[in-house]
Design a protein around this ligand. Structure first.
Ligand code: ACO
Length: 428
């Protein structure tokens, strides 16, 4: 028997049977609930979408209470242990792990699209020397839309595939150019013999040596961080990607918007905010006073809390382990002791325990990035590079889903009723 929810409207005494599918009712099924025939019908009010599913998705599964994260059914722990970023991106985009041949072809295609059009250098030259790299990243990704007008053909699967390859291949190059611009060093061309993460390190850090050799531990650490950040279902930036994409612009324009949504300190900008917070705290001794201030409502403990995870973020657990490996190579980040003390005190404190606030992915990632040599303002860009795979997969899923239309929420109007215009001279 089909599951239904029975709703009794006390205003009219009428009863309604609303179908339940996947434990969910369709908001449109509530529209039949009316007091009189002219009534618009019942709506739901859900600011910030805390209890509204906006899509059906096959890509990423999260169980926030148990701290579970799967991409296409594969646990994040297994992917972080055995996979690499490009293979994971393929999985996220196409639903299955590639065969050996598919994986090689995919990596080859990405490698052959890493170069940027020379005019993008001129665009980057227009930025001030101290421009935030995320601002440069967002603008340059948006600008790509003008370089690839064929990308407008969004209902052509082959065109989508080409833009996907271009985007995944070019975002590290854009990030590296933005970084080199900000420190006044010449841009470095991609090296096709290196891995995805290795080439990114090359484009960032190569100096005068004829060939850059990435440190294998740092290269792997960065690749695992990329795996961990590749998708995270319907977060703020993914929602932006789907929302912008729903009006059918090219994917470069939509992705620039998604990256802008990521930039904020409550989302992908949190890793940058964590580092600034730890630096401001300054020493372990200052941690209790800082926690007290947070509990008193003065700011937030950045890198703590999550809309979905109400237990330890599984990505944070993996990142903590990677941090140890990285610090063996780079030396310990002096801020680590402050972070550990902050975590220890917060996890014992009723304020954080009762609100189920645990470290999220951003609490430790910044410490690793800093130890590898990234300046703090590059952190959100480092998040945007791998999330590009997730954004595109979600965009593609939205475009090909017959249930989807242009995203257009409703509102409850609470402004004034109709009133007549008064000339300026008569206004009091
Ligand atoms: N520090 C202190 N208190 C917090 C924190 C925090 N980091 N996060 C939530 N709280 C408190 C709130 O003040 C609120 O308390 P109250 O009930 O007494 O008012 C309660 O916990 C619930 O918080 P909400 O804001 O309702 O939780 P929401 O789900 O809307 O927010 C968010 C989630 C934005 C991640 C929040 O926890 C936060 O601001 N964290 C810090 C920023 C951060 O680390 N963001 C990265 C998230 S991961 C990512 O995007 C990749």
């Amino acid at each position: 028997m089909a599951e239904t929810l029975t709703i009794t409207d006390n205003r009219t005494g009428k009863q309604y049977e609303v179908p339940v599918t996947d434990g969910t009712i369709r908001a449109m099924d509530l529209r039949q609930i009316k007091v009189n025939p002219d009534d618009f019908g019942m709506m739901t009010y859900d600011p910030a979408f805390t209890n509204t599913a906006a899509c059906r998705s096959k890509i990423t599964f999260i169980d926030g209470d148990q701290g579970i994260l799967w991409y296409r059914g594969y646990p994040i722990e297994q992917l972080a242990e055995h996979s690499d970023y490009l293979e994971t991106a393929y999985l996220i985009l196409y639903g299955e792990l590639p065969t050996a041949r598919q994986g090689d072809e995919w990596a080859r295609e990405i490698t052959l699209h890493t170069m940027l059009h020379e005019n993008l250098k001129t665009l980057l030259e227009g930025f001030r020397y101290d421009a935030h790299p995320m601002g440069m990243f967002i603008s340059t990704v948006g600008a790509l839309s003008t370089f690839y007008p064929d990308a407008k053909d969004i209902f052509n699967a082959e065109s989508r595939r080409l833009q996907t390859i271009r985007l995944i291949a070019k975002v590290p190059s854009i990030a590296a150019y933005a970084y080199r611009h900000s420190i006044g060093r010449p841009y470095v061309l991609p090296d096709n013999e290196l891995s995805f993460a290795g080439n990114f390190l090359n484009m960032l850090f190569k100096m005068t040596e004829p060939r850059y050799k990435p440190h294998p531990v740092l290269e792997r650490a960065l690749d695992v961080l990329f795996i961990l950040h590749a998708d995270h279902e319907q977060n703020c930036s993914t929602h932006a990607m789907r929302g912008i994409g729903s009006s059918h612009p090219d994917p470069y324009s939509a992705l620039a918007g998604a990256a802008a949504a990521l930039y904020g300190p409550l989302h992908g900008g949190a890793n940058e905010a964590v580092l600034r917070m730890l630096t401001e705290i300054g020493s372990r001794d200052n941690v209790p006073a800082f926690v007290k201030r947070v509990k008193g409502g003065e700011g937030r403990l950045m890198g703590f809390g999550h809309r979905v995870y109400k237990s330890y973020d599984p990505r944070a657990k993996i990142i903590k382990r990677i941090a140890d490996l990285v610090f063996e190579v780079t030396g310990k980040n002096p801020l680590l002791d402050i972070a550990l003390e902050l975590e220890r005190i917060a996890l014992e404190d009723d304020y954080f325990v009762s609100r189920k606030l645990y470290p999220n992915v951003d609490f430790y990632s910044g410490l690793i990035y800093q130890a590898i040599g990234f300046p703090v303002d590059m952190f959100p860009v480092l998040f945007a590079i791998p999330r590009t795979a997730g954004w595109i997969a979600q965009w593609e899923e939205m475009l090909t889903d017959p249930d989807q239309k242009i995203a257009r929420p409703r509102q409850i109007y609470i402004g004034p009723g109709k009133r007549d215009y008064i000339g300026r001279e008569k206004r009091k």
